[in-house]
Design a protein around this ligand. Structure first.
Ligand code: SAH
Length: 254
């Protein structure tokens, strides 16, 4: 008899964004693992054990949850947003790949959640309405030179770019550098969306041009969407502007 591990996406904020499937997986768990700030979003039940860990201990947290499930527990490991987007599902797969054989026999489910770029996009219109990509600006697990190469390729190929992990206390300069890099490829008027703490009381979504975009406008809870050459801003009297990327595109160099 082996236990069960559910890697659960909580969405960007509160229960409004939690899918019924995720809610059911949380209710079904005997023990809950996760970064403390995410676990705090899960309603407390006296019969469930909580194992809160620090944000940076992803590997150890995945291994703990797997050990618990392998011992027969019904375990939920939570992530903000979607667990497959710069989050715990990949950490769990890495541990299963290098861990003991019996971890491969575990009953594992990954339950999707609304990822930050979709929540931000929905607040402002449809900036991801045509081809786009997502990049983490964190150079904790990859070299900065690779990030620059991917920014060049993405902007050069006409993708709208969603930037996760734009800054942190340990990574103060990366966003400024990234914006400088993007200005080499994109016109100064390219729309840039800063979506901060979407779905929470301190939510703030703003639109500026790439020319005006300032790295100090972002923090750890900010997701940035860099438009493509096709992305448009529709001004509306008395309302926030709409930012969208039309469904059709033409070959730039044709
Ligand atoms: N798995 C998460 C992403 C984890 S990386 C997801 O799918 O959303 C953490 C980054 O996600 C943050 O630095 C920020 O860029 C973004 N983020 C998470 N929650 C957010 C929110 N409520 N509003 C805006 N950005 C958010």
């Amino acid at each position: 008899m082996t236990g069960h591990l559910a890697v659960v996406g909580l969405g960007p904020s509160d229960a409004r964004y939690l899918t019924p499937e995720a809610g059911a997986a949380l209710a079904d768990a005997q023990s809950l693992y996760g970064y403390a700030a995410y676990l705090d979003r899960v309603p407390v039940r006296a019969d469930q054990r909580r194992h809160a860990s620090d944000n940076r201990e992803e590997r150890a947290r995945a291994a703990e949850a797997l050990k618990d499930a392998a011992a027969g527990g019904r375990v939920a490991l939570v992530s903000g947003g979607d667990p497959g987007v710069f989050a715990m599902a990949a950490a769990v797969c890495e541990e299963i790949e290098r861990g003991p054989q019996n971890w491969r026999a575990l009953d594992l489910t990954v339950i999707p959640g609304i990822t930050a770029m979709l929540a931000v996009s929905a607040k402002i219109g449809a900036p991801l309405g045509h081809d786009f990509c997502a990049l983490s600006l964190s150079d904790n697990l990859k070299p900065w030179t690779l990030i620059e190469r991917r920014l060049d390729a993405a902007a050069g190929a006409g993708f709208v770019i969603a930037l996760y992990n734009p800054v942190s206390r340990a990574r103060p300069w990366q966003l400024g550098k990234a914006l400088e890099r993007l200005r080499r490829h994109l016109p100064p008027a390219t729309p840039v969306v800063f979506g901060r703490a979407v779905g929470r009381t301190e939510e703030n979504v703003s639109v500026v041009t790439l020319d005006e975009a300032n790295a100090t406008a972002a923090d750890m809870a900010t997701l940035i969407i860099i438009g493509s050459r096709d992305t448009r801003v529709v001004l509306r009297a008395g309302k926030t502007p709409l930012v969208y990327t039309p469904r059709a595109a033409v070959e730039v160099n044709a």
